[in-house]
Design a protein around this ligand. Sequence first.
Ligand SMILES: [Mg+2]
Length: 200
Amino acid sequence: MKQIIGIDIDDVLAANAEGFVKFSNERWDMHLRPEDYKEHWAEVWKVDLKEFERRAIELHDSGVIATYRHNDAALPVLQELKQSYTLLAMTSRQLVSEQLTRHWMEKHYKGIFDDIKFTGIFDGPLDLSLHLRTKSDLFTEHKVTYVIDDQLKHCLAAAELGIDTLLFSNYTWNQTDEALPEKVVRVSDWQAVLEYFRAQ
Ligand SMILES: [Mg+2]
């Protein structure tokens, strides 16, 4: 059986931060830059829980995620990795976005992923600590051997489970002053992902 790589979608395969700030700037007259992005949307928008909820629904209902740019550099790397590994996409996107997400993935990464797994983190009642939750249940359930994700918290959670983890890119939101655990390696881009796996 092939080993499994769990691969995040937003800001690994899809230009989520860029799309999110563009939508927010146009819709709510803000002046955000992609570097201002955090998974804690309420903090980016500087709004309370009620307004966060309202805006999150509006953003999801708009279908804007269907327009997010894909990462051109990912496809050839994924095609090579697919020869040796089973690839699963793992996302915290809300289930209301499932159809759009599946369609988008099929459009840009056709035939690459065995499936897309949703954490459901943001599907229950929203509260202001949800952004602290991780994908660890998905990692365990699907027995992943490797994780590629741009959110430090998911990488740290994976490392806790003994999973070899690639912290994707150098984003403002995934910096830390602390040394990364041995199981977490930062990769600058998709070429670095390829080099990592070629060395395995
Ligand atoms: Mg992400």
